[in-house]
Write a protein that binds this ligand. Structure first.
Ligand SMILES: [Mn+2]
Length: 307
């Protein structure tokens, strides 16, 4: 498949309320299944067990041009059939940007076409019903596009959002999530316990913090109140404990606007941001690119910038 064909497929997927609902239903199924090299651990965790090249992309927020630039720049569509690529999307597909439906549909299309290669994680803009972010203009976008049918699409989108995994891991290397580790991590004895793995539903506070929290470079802080009104600010000690329990070395997350990327906690927290949208004044996007077995000394060398 080339980029023109992919683009056409995305356009068709959002052409009618019915086609988008169908895609969301199909994606909901594959999001919560295991594949070779990609293990799903209910209710919301993924283990990435193999890859030739691993990518991570931060918040797209309706910036479809960055999605296209990434796919074309890395020749993803040419390579994905033959190479064991793994692409982790860190959440926040909708709200704010000009092409929210295109971004959402492209991520879901990639997942349905290459379910063993794509990891879709949940952001705070794919919210639980009790924690709606501001702005949440996704519903306006649906009404503008689908009119009377918008309500049905909205209902299906929310069903889908509740199924999206919240954390992914590459043992010995990376912990991927949207915001930060749960504030309760300091009291926990295992990765599973800390991230609500193997329980019927994700603990409310665990979910809130994973989707909403931000790092703060102050080693005297464990956790502090966040101005966002949800989640917390977490200090280096929380990061250290989360890395220890998950047996990883880096937290890779999105959530905070940055000129492509930002590094915190002595190089242990990497923020990726991929929405080059004017109201943020941001002109650069960034993604992580790592080949299997590479020894990482300076994480900055593995961050690619699109400008
Ligand atoms: Mn966010």
């Amino acid at each position: 498949m080339n980029i023109t064909e992919f683009n056409e497929l995305v356009r068709e997927s959002i052409g009618t309320a019915e086609s988008l609902i169908q895609l969301m239903k199909q994606a909901g199924e594959v999001l919560t299944r295991s594949y070779e090299g990609l293990k799903y651990r209910p209710p919301g965790a993924i283990e990435i067990e193999s890859y030739d090249t691993l990518y991570a992309i931060g918040d797209l927020h309706g910036d479809y041009s960055t999605m296209i630039d990434f796919l074309v720049g890395e020749k993803i569509l040419d390579r994905i059939m033959d190479e064991d690529l793994k692409i982790v999307f860190l959440g926040d597909y909708v709200d704010r940007g000009p092409q929210q439906l295109e971004v959402l549909a492209s991520v879901l299309r990639l997942k349905t076409m290459y379910p063993d290669k794509i990891v879709v994680l949940r952001g705070n803009h794919e919210p639980p019903r009790m924690l709606i972010p501001v702005p949440h203009d996704f519903s306006d976008v649906l009404y503008y596009k689908f009119g009377d049918d918008a309500h049905q699409v909205f209902i299906e989108a929310y069903k889908l959002f509740q199924r999206i995994p919240v954390v992914a891991r590459v043992k010995d290397y990376f912990l991927f999530l949207h915001g930060g580790p749960p504030r309760t991590v300091l009291e926990k004895k295992s990765y599973e316990e800390a991230f609500s793995i193997g329980v019927p539903v994700i603990d409310d506070v665990v979910l809130e913090d994973i989707l909403w929290s931000d790092p703060v470079d102050d080693s005297s802080i464990e956790t502090a109140e966040s101005m966002r009104g949800a989640g917390v600010l977490y200090g280096p000690i929380v990061t250290q404990k989360a890395l220890e329990l998950s047996k990883t070395k880096y937290i890779v997350r999105g959530h905070e606007p940055a000129e492509g990327f930002m590094i915190n906690h002595g190089g242990r927290v990497i923020t990726l941001f991929d929405a080059r949208i004017p109201n943020y004044g941001i002109s650069r996007a960034a993604y992580l690119k790592v080949r299997y077995g590479e020894v990482i000394e300076d994480i900055r060398k593995y961050i690619e910038v699109i400008s």
